[in-house]
Design a protein around this ligand. Structure first.
Ligand code: HEC
Length: 691
């Protein structure tokens, strides 16, 4: 966003006011932060390049990084947030949508806020009960809560200023994304497309919480207009692309659950749209059509929410290929001219460069292993591989699958190197239609068999699979559309990325190690001691009193650890932390106390249930949180659950929801007691195989 640098001089006065904390956060200040070291918004600035010009931590000094301070959280679920730093206060959110405010220099906790999310809501969070951060504007900070509220808090003391319910809480909507504030309006979307919702993004007045505009991403199933900003775009572009009836029950999906950026020059808000409900287009829409605006990048007018352009990344999506991966604005030198572009390392494995003004496709190339398509044609449409549409043919194996070649984990761009740093993955998936799929409101609704992606039978085969799943930090040249360097991680599902003016790139990994790489060649220059559990969040940086700080949240979580725990380091759930480093930092964080695993003797235990039926039910209803073959570790390992011993205990939890207040919901609405016993029979059989 080089164009904005010219604005900086004229803004000195408001900047100084802001820096004293009197002016609060405003648009000029966020734009000016492109040039200075502030971190005022989720992706640092509106362009979300996550490039900080701060350079005191650099190749020469990085070796002296040490812990300046740490903060202890009170929740053991995943920590995905990027903190922001405003006027000396560091704001971080944790799972269950809690907010913590710290003195950014000393780490003293100034206040915290717990919105009191009903833990039963955790059932509707496909990918853990995470939250990605707050937004700041004026004297407030804003948080979206898992149960669909948008809450404004006084930035100084954490007192609630206003709160609005942004979703119909009778439906399986959740919020995990960080709000963004553009021109005094707070933008917030939602999640839930695996369960049956209709996606949208809403703008609320930052002072009052009054709704300003809303953009729905799928047509209203009733055929009526909504009276919202999206009406004409849905009528003109989307409605003709939705044949069939399946989506009318589910709402179609298409949630705006993460990526949201803003271009102040073009006055456009860009957002990514997620997958459809269900995944299978045969069950969703007779398998015939593109289903706009699913899996698309959409640009709307920031003032009105009116449609300006869209680019569909994965038309007729069958594979859960959201286009919600972080978006980024940049000025690239293309064919000798500077062009403002939107970039995305999309879930489907291709890196997209799109014209920011009109949405015109510029280029796309695979940045990771891709087998479902052979390329992207000149019009920007994928050239699908033969047999890719499993819903009309036999089962198919794809690279990537629902985890994506890149997921929500923030990427970073160094304008100095001309490189985008992508936290990439290689996780294959087998797709096949779920036999006899029928929509169940509020349940897992993908119409895809889950049981094809179980664990291999032997230790050796399981280890081979683990090694086959890859994670890599890819330094991608978006102009040449090729990797300049790649560093392989030991596991998939690693942390988001930060790039700095010190010529460094920072990434945490699944083993809890934060590494500083040289931005130009990927050489590892510094590694932190392991934080004791995995890092999935992105680091951020800020400066106070001439010292540069580096902050990152610790806490494994998200869909990797919940649904593929076996392939990640085997640490149990532990309370999250924030770690803040500086040159010469001397603090230490106490080592985690890992609870001992209790032994469980299941030899004499039997079940009247049917293992085969149980396996299918488990794959559809339990796998997403307890991992394939009951191999979960992050959420309870069911193979070691004492609840297996007595069928009544099992029914009490699984059927009646005895532990709903701790995030394990009742399956009474979806399963019969005898089906619940079938699942027990299956889990018991798995426990015998691998105690
Ligand atoms: C949305 C995520 C989610 C899904 C889906 C889910 N669970 Fe759970 N489950 C949890 C969480 C979280 C806990 C831990 C609650 C606590 O702290 O007590 C849990 C705990 C349990 C326990 C208690 C374990 C123990 O030893 O305390 C059992 C048994 C269980 N789940 C079985 C199942 C079965 C069977 C299914 C599928 C029919 C299922 N769960 C689906 C999240 C889930």
């Amino acid at each position: 966003m080089m164009k904005h640098f010219g604005l900086v001089a004229g803004l000195t006065v408001s900047l100084l006011l802001g820096a004293c904390g009197r002016g609060g956060v405003n648009a000029e200040r966020i734009v000016a932060a492109e040039k200075n070291g502030e971190w005022l918004s989720y992706g640092r600035t509106y362009s979300e390049q996550r490039f900080s010009p701060l350079d005191k931590i650099n190749a020469t000094t990085v070796g002296q990084l040490g812990l300046a301070w740490y903060g202890q959280f009170d929740t053991d679920r995943g920590q995905e947030a990027t903190p922001i730093m405003v006027d000396g206060i560091l704001y971080a959110t944790t799972s269950w949508s809690k907010v913590h405010a710290y003195d950014a220099k000393t780490g003293r906790e100034l206040w915290s806020y717990d919105p009191g999310v009903d833990r039963a809501k955790g059932f509707q969070a496909c990918c853990d009960v995470v939250n990605r951060g707050v937004a700041a504007w004026g004297g407030n900070v804003y948080v979206g809560t898992l149960d669909g509220r948008l809450v404004a808090l006084n930035a100084k003391n954490g007192h609630k200023v206003w709160s609005v319910q942004t979703t119909d809480n009778a439906k399986p909507y959740t919020i995990t994304q960080a709000p963004r504030v553009v021109k005094g309006r707070v933008l917030i979307g939602n999640s839930g497309a695996e369960y049956g919702v209709r996606g949208y993004i809403t703008a609320y007045d930052a002072r009052t919480g009054a709704k300003v505009w809303r953009f729905y991403t799928t047509p209203n199933p009733t055929g009526a207009a909504d009276g919202e900003a999206s009406d004409s775009a849905l009528k003109d572009h989307a409605a003709p692309t939705w044949p069939g009836e399946g989506w009318k029950l589910t709402g179609g999906g298409g949630t705006v659950w993460d990526a949201t950026i803003y271009d102040p020059d073009l006055n456009l808000v860009y957002f990514g749209v997620g997958n459809g409900t269900p995944w299978s287009p045969a069950a969703r829409s007779d398998g015939k059509s593109d289903n706009l605006f699913l899996s698309s990048i959409v640009a709307v007018n920031a003032d009105t929410g009116a449609y300006v352009w869209h680019y569909q990344v994965t038309p007729n999506d069958s594979w859960d290929f959201d286009a919600d991966q972080p978006l980024m604005l940049a000025d690239l030198a293309l064919n000798g001219a500077s062009r403002r572009v939107v970039m995305q390392a999309s879930k489907n494995g291709f890196f997209y460069v799109i014209d920011a003004k009109d949405g015109k496709f510029i280029s796309a190339k695979p940045y990771a292993a891709v087998t479902w398509a052979t390329g992207i044609d000149a019009n920007g449409r994928p050239v699908e591989a033969t047999g890719a549409h499993y819903e009309t043919k036999a089962a198919m194996n794809s690279m990537p699958g629902p985890y994506g070649a890149h997921n929500w984990h923030p990427m970073a761009y160094s304008p100095r190197e001309g490189l985008v740093y992508i936290p990439a993955m290689g996780v294959p998936f087998s797709y096949e239609n779920a036999p006899n799929y029928k929509y169940q409101a509020g349940a897992w609704n993908t119409a895809v068999r889950g049981d094809l992606n179980g664990l291999a039978e032997t230790d050796a085969a399981r280890e081979a699979t683990r090694l086959y799943l890859t994670g890599a930090l890819v330094a991608w040249d978006p102009v040449k559309q090729e990797a300049r360097w790649t560093v392989k991680n030991n596991y998939f599902w690693n942390g988001g990325v930060l790039a700095t003016g010190g010529g460094l790139v920072f990434q945490g990994d699944a083993e809890g190690v934060l590494t500083a790489y040289a931005a130009h060649d990927g050489k590892a220059l510094w590694k932190s001691p392991s934080a004791g559990q995995g890092i999935v969040a992105a680091p951020m940086t800020y400066e106070i009193d001439g010292e540069q700080y580096l902050a990152v949240l610790v806490g494994a979580g998200g869909s990797g650890p919940t649904s593929a725990a076996f392939f990640l380091p085997q640490t149990p759930k532990l309370d999250g932390r924030i770690l803040v480093f500086k040159i010469g930092g001397k603090a230490t964080a106490p080592a985690y106390v890992v609870p001992a695993t209790e032994s469980l003797d299941l030899k004499e235990i039997t079940s009247s249930g049917d293992v085969g039926r149980g396996a299918l039910l488990y794959a559809n209803y339990c796998l997403v949180c307890h991992s394939p073959n009951a191999s979960g570790q992050f959420l309870p390992n069911l193979r070691r659950s004492p609840m297996l011993i007595n069928p009544q205990d099992w029914q009490g939890i699984v059927y009646d929801g005895k532990n709903a207040s701790r995030g394990m919901a009742a399956f009474k609405p979806f399963l019969t007691p005898s089906q619940v016993e079938d699942v027990r029979a299956y889990v018991l059989s798995e426990a015998m195989k691998r105690p």
